[in-house]
Design a protein around this ligand. Structure first.
Ligand code: FNR
Length: 362
């Protein structure tokens, strides 16, 4: 059967994957209200397309933290990709590189920073979870830098793991033939089975709940990589992130897997963009499944977007070819959206190309 959009991979992944794995990838926290809202909020934003503009040539290229990429669509960190496909993060890295875009590798990858670097050239960011043991963190950051990673995406929305009820019911744990490769030599690579979510217990044991802005400063003393603060949803925290040296902000609700009933990221985006006042770039992830979603995020001021679940679902279905196809479909849809709304380059995408609910209530 021919696949015509990114969302179709979800059903294929559901058929192929063990229930425990599929549920871990698909779930949100608690009532999963935010999970649904991450998609629905996009559908409440409409276009104001402009006509009779020469769109015979369209340029989607952009620059992120000084790195040139082919399109403003990048790969978010998602943990444990070898549960989806034996090639896991290797396949994702190769697909991102082939598409000329950035992959973010999760701290909890089933392939190490060195292994991912060995797949060949490519611009890669490293997502960081801060462990209680700061020596572990410092070592890992140095390894990422040595392996050629270009930036740190510091995840700040996970002092504890959100309550994902499917994982609790399934007693989710990492299959025994896999490890969290970055931590293998540090004796932190395994996740014990418990009578809860194994990941929730792992986080409770290892991740530092005391993480605060002073640690963002500390990180800057141990690395020269720029730091993107991932998980900002308010103007207040945007200002603090900038004051504390962030090189950029990722508006994210962790794919609705942490605090339920936070707004959709596309709803929170404009507040963050305003507070950033152009001082640092603002990115978005959460529910991006269509080229029109990418356009809407850019119209609201994002410099680019990241995708999470479509990567693991397409990996499960078709490995590297699936991830390539996801990136290609989003690229094609985004290009078409630009053409049909009268934009030939990213800088031509403006706030007046869309209308939000907030506009209608003004
Ligand atoms: C994630 N996310 C995530 N974030 C992070 O900072 N570190 C991580 O290890 C993970 N792992 C992870 C696993 C899975 C299965 C999912 C679905 C998500 C969150 C991820 O980076 C991103 O914020 C969301 O996935 C974006 O939303 P969509 O595109 O999945 O809707």
């Amino acid at each position: 059967m021919e696949i015509t959009n990114v969302m179709e991979y979800k059903a294929i992944a559901k058929q192929k994957l063990p229930k425990m794995v599929y549920d871990y990838y698909a779930s949100g926290a608690e009532d999963q209200w935010t999970l649904k809202e991450n998609r629905e909020a996009f559908s409440r934003i409409l276009f104001r397309p402009r006509i009779l503009i020469d769109v015979s040539r369209i340029d989607m290229a952009t620059t992120v933290l000084g790195f040139k990429i082919s399109m403003p669509i990048m790969i978010a960190p998602t943990a444990m990709q070898k549960m989806a496909h034996p090639e896991g993060e290797y396949a994702t890295a190769r697909a991102a590189s082939a598409a000329g875009t950035i992959m973010t590798l999760s701290s909890w990858a089933t392939s190490s920073v060195e292994e991912v670097a060995s797949t060949g050239p490519g611009i890669r960011f490293f997502q960081l979870y801060v462990y209680k043991d700061r020596n572990v963190v410092a070592q890992l950051v140095r390894r990422a830098e040595r392996a050629g990673f270009k930036a740190i995406a510091l995840t700040v929305d996970t002092p504890r793991l959100g309550r994902r009820e499917a994982d609790i019911k399934n007693r989710f744990t990492l299959p025994p033939f896999l490890t969290l490769k970055n931590f293998e030599g540090l004796d932190l690579g395994r996740m014990d089975g418990t009578n809860d979510s194994g990941l929730a217990s792992y986080v409770a044991g290892q991740i530092d709940r005391s993480l605060s802005w002073k640690d963002v400063k500390w990180l800057q003393t141990i690395t020269s990589m720029p730091i993107l603060v991932k998980g900002v949803l308010t103007a207040e925290d945007t200002r603090l992130a900038i004051q504390n040296g962030a090189a950029g902000i990722i508006v994210s609700n962790h794919g609705a897997r942490q605090l339920d009933y936070v707004p959709a990221t596309i709803t929170a985006l404009e507040e963050v963009v305003r507070a950033a006042r152009g001082q640092v770039p603002v990115f978005l992830d959460g529910g991006v499944r269509r080229g029109t979603d990418v356009f809407k995020a850019l119209a609201l001021g994002a410099s680019g977007v990241f995708i999470g679940r479509p990567v693991v679902f397409s990996l499960a279905a078709e490995g590297e070819a699936g991830v390539r196809r996801v990136l290609q479909m989003l690229r094609d849809e985004f290009e078409l959206t630009m053409a049909l709304s009268g934009c030939t380059s990213l800088k031509e995408i403006t706030r007046s190309h869309i209308v939000t609910e907030a506009d209608l209530h003004r």
